[in-house]
Ligand binder design. Structure first.
Ligand code: PEP
Length: 249
């Protein structure tokens, strides 16, 4: 049975007080909902420790981690530090990090390995640029993002990976992939995991859609067979919107 997951990605939004207010508002709403959905909040590093201990209604995720173990890397945050906050997940390979922070498949290998060796699950983001989709290279792009950063892992390690398919042209733009486009890519992603690791991994791997998902389009997207939930940016900053998305299955 595949896990349904709704993960928020707050990016660089909300100071500590604002973050606590948002979570308290959210908790009032989601405690009364039916909860067969795992809720994850991807919050700034500064919020991890405080939010990790507030409630068992959600898990907390970092949005990045260092590719180094420890040492003279001023300003970096290690997997070990993240684990010590009580966080359970790390988002890796987000397109904003690939675009603005020289994240690439090679340094992501190191980050993935460090997270897994510190018992942190990874939400691994992949997705094509608009130019890649327009030239028909979107499957190849996503395949290489996955193969190069994840396919050195063994099957047990893969069970601690969640995939987030986020077409770059849909992130923060208000333009969503159609549910058919999402389904097509999710089915393709599942097929490459099945080819590499066998049927069972393909059956259990959760694949989330991300890109301008909101309360009006979430149900349609989540109704597709291979869509197991969403990675939600802008709409995760509003408790009402986010809780409607949690309830959109
Ligand atoms: C994201 O940043 O992962 C994302 C999906 O953002 P948005 O929902 O705002 O498009």
């Amino acid at each position: 049975m595949r896990k349904k997951i709704i993960a928020g990605n707050w990016k660089m939004n909300k100071n500590l007080n604002e973050g606590a207010d948002l979570v308290n508002e959210l908790l009032e709403i989601i405690t009364s909902s039916s909860m067969d959905v795992e809720v994850i909040l991807g919050v700034p590093f500064t919020h991890l420790y405080m939010l990790a201990s507030i409630s068992d209604k959600f898990s907390v995720s970092a949005q990045n981690c260092s590719s180094q173990v420890s040492g003279a890397f001023t300003g970096e945050i290690s997997a070990n530090m993240i684990q010590s906050t009580g966080a359970k997940y790390v988002i890796l390979g987000h397109s904003e990090r690939r675009a603005y922070h020289q994240e690439n498949n090679a340094n992501l290998v190191k980050k993935v390995d460090l997270c897994l060796s510190h018992n942190l699950k990874v939400i691994y983001c992949c997705g094509e640029l608009l130019s890649e989709r327009n030239s028909g290279n979107h499957f190849e792009t996503v395949k290489s993002q996955i193969e190069e950063a994840l396919f050195h892992l063994n099957p047990e390690q893969i069970s601690n990976i969640v995939i987030a398919y986020e077409p770059v042209w849909a992130i923060g733009t208000g333009v969503t992939a159609s549910s058919d486009q999402a389904q097509e890519m999710h089915a393709y992603i599942r097929s490459i995991f099945k080819d590499k690791y066998g049927l069972n991994i393909g059956k259990y791997l959760s694949i989330l859609y991300g890109g301008s998902c909101n309360p009006s389009n979430a149900h349609e997207i989540f109704s597709k067979e291979d869509v197991d939930g969403g990675l939600i940016g802008g709409a995760s900053l509003n408790a009402n919107d986010f809780s409607q998305i949690i309830n959109a299955f």
